[in-house]
Design a protein around this ligand. Structure first.
Ligand code: FES
Length: 122
């Protein structure tokens, strides 16, 4: 275990995370477990459950490839970098300064999803 990270065991199993995000409670806040990519390149990551635009339910967002789209106003975020990749309605300047956390998820005992939070990012 890396001493520079916190490991948060969730109630969700990794194999439960499919096309739709799974909401989990952790000491690092509410997070959405998301399966990004497809095939052998697919992996589960954890992202902020709330959209940084105006707190929409990002955990109800649609995942497509390497992006998640917020259901409220459609802002899209990279599931690799966390950067906002698209915002409608001329919000480009605000979007360029907006990002979500993207955290590593590993498999724990019993297939549980374990979120790895680097110190200082919780
Ligand atoms: S609250 Fe998510 S795009 Fe507006």
């Amino acid at each position: 275990m890396n001493s520079e990270s916190d490991h948060h065991v969730t109630d969700a199993r990794l194999d439960e995370v499919g096309a739709r995000p799974v909401l989990v409670e952790t000491p690092a806040g509410r997070l959405a477990l998301v399966r990004r990519g497809t095939g052998e390149d697919a992996r589960v990551v954890a992202v902020d459950a709330w959209c940084p635009h105006i707190d929409g339910p990002l955990w109800e967002g649609a995942v497509s490839g390497d992006e998640i789209a917020c259901p409220w106003h459609g802002w899209r975020y990279s599931l690799s970098s966390g950067a906002c990749t698209w915002a409608p309605h001329g919000d480009a300047e605000e979007a360029a300064e907006t990002e979500i956390r993207v955290l590593e998820v590993i498999e724990g005992v019993g297939g549980r999803a374990v979120v790895v939070v680097p110190q200082g990012r919780g």
